[in-house]
Design a protein around this ligand. Structure first.
Ligand SMILES: Nc1nc2c(ncn2[C@@H]2O[C@H](COP(=O)(O)OP(=O)(O)OP(=O)(O)O)[C@@H](O)[C@H]2O)c(=O)[nH]1
Ligand SMILES: [Mg+2]
Length: 496
């Protein structure tokens, strides 16, 4: 199923704010023109913020003062003119952001400041303004924008510094210009009410998002990986793997692994399939079970480190030995081999780089309510944080182009599935979900611990990866902030 729901769902908060503002404005008797200008202004500001990768809900919240401005701010004789002024500033900022470049940005900035100053000293009749009331959210917005403009946190060096400074400065310049000319600064206040919440949302985005954390620089190979690669070469030579390579991490799975291997098809979508099993120090004869089976190739690091470390090694070996597509599945028989073709299909037809199955789109046998709830909660969390609509973030059957595993950072030794997913999203790869079926474990025991332990570790990985990856944007494909900042991180792998 294509990730369509998010496309309109993510615009829902903005639409609600705009429609409510429109209705409210008309209900309380605002003039149609002033209400329309306010709504269009708010929509423009939302476009501006969305363009720079602000969370959709924050875009909507930040636009509320603009949509309400004719009602709450002006209430006097000049709502239309103030609305037009705020609207012009918003459009100018939007155009500037759209075309942001080293030449245009400073030129546009200068122009904007001149326009704001001129509009502030234009002759006008007295208006009733906001008076001396400066709501706390304006101060907060202004402070965040100021911090971002000064390059605090992840804002340093980002294209958003200039924009944050501008949205902060335009109302200030208008206020000062007006105060010097007339002794009051009401227009500046009106501008501040509309623009500073937007400045704050941009500032918060700039402070948090964009630069990847230092942990993304961690080496992706250690001495155990190197030794395992060498011994794999010793055992199998420079064997070229089939285009589709199934990578299975197995730890103490001797009882069920044989059945899993028996079930795996020899070809998927007409492509030959090889199987790599990574067994790191099982004590129950898993390695012997692998070697006794005619299909799989064994990777044996010797030291037990966890499923994440095992898979990372498996990806490396698959890549280095010529696999084009990697599919992962588990050794405990929870995934249906018939779904291999389903996860690979979107990659083969060129519509995705990474495809994961989803038990919520397919089906699951477990009656464990906590597990079921956990799948919902984490899917929702990842969706909100990344803007990619996910229904299942821990489905073990997934397919990917082999090359992308070289681009992303995989530091998690055990709870790796959300690290992989968020990492893939943060690099802008196309991710899709397809229906998948999940059975209960046929034999053996879970390696992930009880629900509370599993859940808390998993939550830590979700949040930690999201932070480390520079808080990937909900609109990663369109957000200038992230796009311009992620480029230096790319050379490590083989993004196609
Ligand atoms: N090589 C290796 N594989 C592991 C390790 N821990 C887990 N695995 C494998 O990873 C796969 C998934 O592990 P499970 O314990 O089933 O975890 P899960 O499927 O996320 O959770 P459950 O729903 O409890 O089964 C299985 O094939 C395990 O054998 C490990 O330390 N090393
Ligand atoms: Mg399992």
């Amino acid at each position: 199923m294509p990730p369509t729901p998010i496309r309109w769902v993510r615009h829902l908060p903005s639409a609600v704010v705009l429609i409510c503002g429109l209705l409210l404005g008309l209900l309380v008797g605002g003039s149609v023109a002033s209400v329309l200008i306010a709504v269009i202004t708010a929509a423009t500001l939302q476009l501006l913020t969305a363009r720079w990768g602000v969370w959709p809900w924050l875009c909507a919240v930040a636009a509320i003062p603009a949509v309400l401005s004719p009602l709450i701010i002006v209430g006097g004789p000049e709502p239309l003119r103030v609305g037009v002024l705020v609207f012009c500033a918003a459009v100018a900022l939007l155009v500037l952001a759209w075309r942001a470049s080293r030449v245009l940005a400073p030129a546009g900035a200068t122009l904007l400041v001149i326009v704001a100053a001129l509009s502030a000293i234009m002759p006008r009749s007295a208006t009733e303004g906001l008076g001396t009331v400066v709501p706390w959210f304006l101060v907060l917005g202004a402070l965040m924008a100021a911090a971002a403009a000064l390059g605090v946190g992840r804002a340093r060096g980002s294209g958003m510094q200039m924009l944050c400074g501008l949205t902060l400065l335009v109302p200030l310049v208008a206020y000062v210009g007006e105060a010097i000319s007339y002794g009051t600064g009401q227009w500046g206040e009106h501008l501040a009410v509309a623009l500073w919440p937007v400045a704050g949302s941009l500032g918060a985005t700039a402070l948090l998002r964009g630069r990847r954390g230092r942990a993304t620089d961690r080496r992706q190979i250690d001495e155990h990986d190197a030794a395992a690669s060498t011994s794999f070469r010793g055992r199998y030579g420079d064997q070229v793997l089939a285009p589709v390579t199934v990578v299975i991490a197995a730890y103490n799975e001797a009882s069920g692994l044989g059945a899993v291997l028996d079930e795996l098809p020899a070809t998927v979508a007409g492509l030959a399939v090889d199987v790599l099993v990574i067994d790191d120090g099982s004590s129950d004869g898993t390695a012997e079970a692998v070697q006794a089976h005619p299909r799989p190739l064994l990777v044996a690091p010797g030291v037990n480190r966890g499923q994440g470390a095992a898979l990372r090694l498996g990806y490396r070996i698959a890549r280095e030995h010529g696999a084009q597509f990697i599919i992962t599945t588990d050794a405990d028989g929870q995934y249906d081999p018939a779904d291999l073709e389903v996860v690979l299909a979107p990659i083969l037809d060129g519509s995705a780089d990474f495809v994961t199955g989803s038990r919520r789109l397919g089906g699951q046998e477990t009656r464990d309510r906590v597990r079921r709830l956990g799948v919902h909660v984490f899917a929702w969390t990842v969706s909100v944080l990344t803007g990619h609509w996910a229904t299942d973030t821990s489905f073990g059957l997934r397919a990917m182009r082999a090359g992308i595993t070289a681009d992303i950072t995989l530091n998690q030794p055990q709870y790796q599935s959300s690290e992989l997913l968020i990492g893939v999203l943060s690099h802008g790869f196309r991710v899709r979900e397809v229906p998948g079926r999940m059975r209960v474990r046929a034999t053996g025991a879970s390696k992930k611990g009880g629900n509370v332990f599993y859940g808390s570790r998993y939550a830590r990985v979700v949040l930690g990866t999201w932070w480390r990856e520079g808080c990937p944007s909900p609109v990663a494909d369109r957000a200038l902030a992230l796009a311009s900042r992620s480029r230096p991180d790319l050379p490590r792998g083989s993004r196609a």
